[in-house]
Design a protein around this ligand. Structure first.
Ligand code: ADP
Ligand code: MG
Length: 553
């Protein structure tokens, strides 16, 4: 490598270890890396997608079907591959679902770009064509999208179910879609303009292992997985006046480090009495506000625990900050940060109950709002995957409620948009036209992979789908369970429009970012860039392994 630089660019001074890869080599290298990532998640797409088991360097195991989880846990150590992981992360942040689609389409856009590069089409033409196609595709998605009645719970449940298919929640999707839609309903508020907005701050997910997933439930208020600090405290407080406090109920440390040296027993006793008085006063202050329950974010001194128990006050220490903040919403309370200023106004009213089998407090507020989705499952793996899939479903339903647009799933949109893009391509001049066509082909990856993962013939499926769309059936998609081409909106495979638009936008941006690079200058040796732990990706790090990549796709 260094030879190449010596001749033409004598001014660049790089270390002996440095490597430079230019032009087509750089593009090929990057495309291979990006495609390897896309390949890694493709088999999880759709309801018949398989799960991945990820084992990290500490040996801890995650079993998931969730695109973004797979990619973030994979510990990828290749700069280009990391850019693709960012696509998944952006998609997750912006839309909450559709991560696998976004990454798989990115990979396909790059694969098709490689074919164009091989036909000597300049990367800038491809980039421009992809950009045009992406804009147009999003317009078409909007055109295909159905305006839905966001109070129609039936449709919202279908949207939740579509996002959950293939995930841990699928077997009880009836129950979970109902829980999700119910939960969102509880935290939806109408603005003065009459728009619905969903405030997910008022919704908390709690997980509990040991029971079956069907025991999951939606609860009004909060669930606090904590024990009282003292055995003599009440477990159930029906008429609760609850104080939330984020300072410790302990002896105040002197500001400066003072050393107390005690010479005689009397002095020691005096000192201890002083401490006791201080704690007694704090408990007195709590009692004076009328509080009979305290959730403290910090510690509670043993002696204070004893005083509180004697007053019949239920106290919990080291409550998680997020729990305290959620309790504030649930109770409509204020968080006390200094007991000297605490008053009855700070308290929240409600009730505290406790389920013996769960060992958790249920806190219900009188004036606040907020609901908890308590997810249960036999083991941590089950609950974790359930939580991921419920999170996706919540995001998707929340978004649909705010956005009001939905799409037919099962590859219907992708096939229709591809068809329309091919028409549109005719109006695009120059080589960009070929890029627009490649973009259309790339979108059709979605129905192809859905079929493939469902054990169906992907070519036959695509042919049938295209024919249906040529015939004007805009909502014709694949039902992976029967293999039939049908109106998927009608049959209840429904997706939110926003997530699809976002997936198209982020896939295009990522593909174009990769295509724009024509020069890789690495401080170290590129061939050791791959992660040793990952055989799949190992070959990608080295330029020598490039030939092998083609076989994988
Ligand atoms: P992503 O991470 O992109 O959301 P998923 O694994 O959740 O990936 O798969 C989403 C895809 O599966 C969408 O294209 C959706 O339309 C499709 N899909 C969901 N349910 C069905 C179904 N019953 N039949 C066909 N396709 C489905
Ligand atoms: Mg999904």
């Amino acid at each position: 490598m260094s030879q190449r630089m010596r001749g033409s660019q004598p001014l660049i001074v790089m270390s002996e270890d440095a490597q430079q890869v230019k032009d087509r080599d750089a593009q090929e290298y990057n495309i291979a890396a990006a495609r390897a990532v896309a390949e890694a998640v493709r088999s999880t797409l759709g309801p018949k997608g398989m799960d991945k088991m990820l084992v990290d360097s500490m040996g801890s195991v995650t079993v998931t079907n969730d695109g973004v989880t797979i990619l973030t846990e994979m510990d990828i150590d290749n700069p280009t591959a990391e850019m693709i992981v960012e696509v998944a992360e952006t998609q997750e942040d912006e839309a909450g679902d559709g991560t696998t689609t976004a990454v798989a389409v990115t990979g396909e856009l790059l694969k098709n770009a490689q074919d164009l590069l091989e036909q000597d089409i300049h990367p800038t033409a491809i980039i421009k064509g992809y950009h045009l196609a992406s804009e147009r595709a999003r317009q078409e998605v909007d055109d295909i999208a159905e305006e839905i009645d966001t109070s129609d719970e039936e449709i919202l449940r279908r949207i939740a179910e579509t996002s959950m298919t293939g995930k841990g929640s699928e077997f009880n999707k009836g129950l979970f879609s109902e829980l999700v839609v119910d939960a969102i309903g509880h935290v939806t508020v109408e603005t003065d303009e009459g728009d619905d907005i969903v405030d997910l701050e008022f919704l908390k997910i709690e997980t509990q292992t040991g029971q079956s997933t069907e025991q999951s439930e939606l609860l009004a208020g909060a669930v606090i997985d904590k024990d009282p600090v003292h055995d003599d405290m009440p477990r159930i407080v029906e008429d609760a006046k609850i104080m939330l406090i984020n300072e410790s109920i302990e002896v105040e440390e002197a500001d400066v480090d003072t050393e107390v040296s005690v010479s005689d027993p009397e002095q020691l006793q005096k000192f201890l009495d002083q401490e006791e008085d201080q704690l007694r006063r704090k408990v007195e202050q709590i009692k004076d506000t009328g509080a009979n329950v305290v959730f403290c974010q910090k510690g509670i001194d043993d002696l204070a625990q004893h005083f509180l128990a004697r007053e019949g006050i239920l106290a919990v220490r080291r409550t998680k900050k997020s729990d305290v903040e959620f309790l504030k919403e649930v109770l409509g309370a204020r968080i006390v940060s200094d007991l000297d200023d605490a008053s009855a106004d700070d308290l929240g009213s409600g009730s505290i109950t406790r389920d013996i089998s769960d060992d958790m407090f249920y806190v219900e507020g009188e004036n606040g709002h907020g609901v908890t989705l308590l997810l249960r499952g036999s083991t941590d793996h089950v609950v974790d995957e359930l939580e991921r899939s419920i999170n996706d479903a919540l995001d998707v339903v929340a978004q649909t409620v705010s956005d009001g647009r939905a799409l037919p799933g099962g590859g219907a949109v992708e096939t229709e948009v591809a068809r329309r893009l091919r028409d549109y391509a005719d109006s695009v001049s120059g080589r960009e036209q070929l890029a627009v066509e490649s973009f259309a082909d790339s979108l059709e990856l979605v129905p192809r992979v859905l079929a493939e993962n469902g054990g169906l013939d992907s070519i036959d499926t695509l042919v049938d789908l295209r024919a249906a769309h040529e015939d004007g059936q805009v909502r014709a998609g694949l039902n992976v369970h029967t293999g039939d081409i049908e109106d998927t909106f009608e049959s209840g495979v429904i997706e939110p429009a926003h997530a699809k638009e976002q997936a198209i936008a982020s896939a295009t941006e990522a593909a174009n970012l990769v295509l724009k690079i024509d020069d890789i200058i690495a401080a170290g040796d590129l061939s050791t860039g791959g992660d040793d732990d990952m055989d799949d990706m190992g070959g990608m790090g080295g330029m020598g392994g490039m030939g092998g990549m083609g076989g994988m796709m």
